[in-house]
Design a protein around this ligand. Structure first.
Ligand SMILES: [Zn+2]
Ligand SMILES: [Zn+2]
Length: 181
């Protein structure tokens, strides 16, 4: 999302512009729609961006590994600094702050990078498709949100039945070998 702020950079400190945001941003390989409103305020050093954006991102449940959409709210507040003086065209010194956001030489303020960084801040490290997600069965891998698997019904017997299947398989192959002879 790019906003040309050349007019606002010429305006007096404290002047305000509101922008509706409705923008698709690529986050970690997938496109997400961001909607909301931002308020741009002229400061003594640049432009302060403040606003709230809503989106939904596709995430993988950390327990059952299913994909689901997760709603995110970004409360953005960042100051942007022009690298070029809007009147004289001379280049301006940037503040010491590392990683500060800049308004480029064509006076474009780009929200994309801020959106990306804020998403990383609010996205959960271990997302859950629901609070009580039952996860996957450790032995058969079934998604237990869709109902119990046979392992659970059989309880501790699952190991012995697996063993029985293995033994059966061995017997079959022994018989086949004998058949070849
Ligand atoms: Zn889940
Ligand atoms: Zn199971």
């Amino acid at each position: 999302m790019q906003i040309n702020v050349s007019q606002q950079l010429k305006a007096s400190i404290g002047s305000i512009r509101n922008y509706k945001v409705s923008e698709i941003v690529n986050i970690a390989g997938s496109n997400s729609m961001f909607q909301g409103e931002v308020r741009l305020t002229r400061t003594d050093r640049g432009i302060l961006v403040k606003g709230t954006l809503h989106t939904e991102v596709e995430v993988t449940c950390s327990r059952c590994l299913s994909l689901f959409s997760y709603p995110l709210v970004l409360n953005i507040e960042e100051e942007y600094f022009p690298i070029t003086d809007v009147v004289s065209g001379a280049s301006l010194p940037l503040p010491e702050e590392p990683g500060c956001f800049t308004i480029n030489e064509r006076h474009i303020l780009d929200l994309t990078e801020v959106i990306r960084q804020y998403v990383l801040l609010v996205i959960p490290m271990k997302p859950l498709c629901r609070e009580d997600c039952a996860g996957l069965c450790p032995s058969c891998g079934r998604n237990l949100n869709q109902g119990p698997c046979n392992c659970l019904l059989q309880g501790t017997e699952s190991n012995s039945s697996e063993l029985a299947k293995l033994t059966l398989a061995n017997e079959v192959s022994v018989n086949e070998w004998k058949g070849i002879e």
